[in-house]
Design a protein around this ligand. Structure first.
Ligand code: DGI
Ligand code: FE
Ligand code: FE
Ligand code: FE
Length: 188
């Protein structure tokens, strides 16, 4: 598969400069988390560089793939926010030649999380939330938490993302609820 430099170039060509800077921030953060928590820094780098690869694809392309490739058709009731990782991973595989299932799964889960997450899944989920370009209330608390407890950071991110979505009256994807039930509510 592609070397880091080629991968970066390919990713950059598929998105705005602003989004590419986000991707580089996620990569830097994911590598640091991988070093701290003992995951592969190379896999963290590749997953981070490609996690939003499909984010600027047209809805019609996602809808065509969802109809064609045996996805749960309930996905059609959602939009780019849910599709770009879950379905976007198949574009990363096909177009960038990434076959590593751990990397593809981290891409699939990066927006919603899941009850069952690998160390790499957690790293990408959290790095996406706390990368240096993020600026929202609570991000510094999440950054500090990530220095001490990755699982607690997954819980914090999940709770705050859900609160934010509900505040905006957004449709909640069932997997997001599963993530909340496992990582947040199970502790109560
Ligand atoms: O792609 P990014 O902006 O870097 O970040 P992301 O992939 O984590 O999230 C994309 C958006 O998806 C973000 O605004 C939060 C939102 N999101 C997460 N879970 C859900 C959701 N949106 C809806 N409608 N439903 C969800 O369950
Ligand atoms: Fe994303
Ligand atoms: Fe995220
Ligand atoms: Fe992202």
């Amino acid at each position: 598969s592609l070397k880091r430099e080629e991968l970066m170039q390919e990713v950059q060509m598929h998105m705005s400069e602003r989004r590419f800077q986000h991707v580089l921030g996620v990569e830097e953060t994911a590598i640091a988390l991988a070093a701290k928590y003992g995951a592969s820094e190379e896999k963290a780098s590749i997953a981070a560089l490609t996690h939003d690869y499909a984010k600027e694809r047209p809805d019609e392309e996602f809808e065509m793939i969802i109809l064609r490739d045996g996805y749960d058709q309930d996905l059609l009731n959602y939009g780019n926010a849910i599709w770009h990782g879950l379905v976007g991973a198949s574009m990363v595989q096909r177009e960038l030649g990434i076959e590593d299932e751990e990397i593809l799964e981290a891409i699939r889960l990066h927006t919603t999380g899941a009850a069952k997450m690998s160390l790499l899944d957690k790293i990408i989920y959290v790095a996406d939330y706390i990368e240096p370009g993020r600026n929202f209330p609570g991000v510094n608390e999440a950054r500090e938490l990530a220095l001490v407890d990755l699982d607690e950071t997954v819980a914090y991110e999940t709770k705050h993302t859900l609160l934010h979505l509900i505040e905006k009256e957004q449709k909640i994807y069932p997997k997001t609820i599963e993530t909340y039930n496992y990582w947040v509510a199970r502790k109560a």
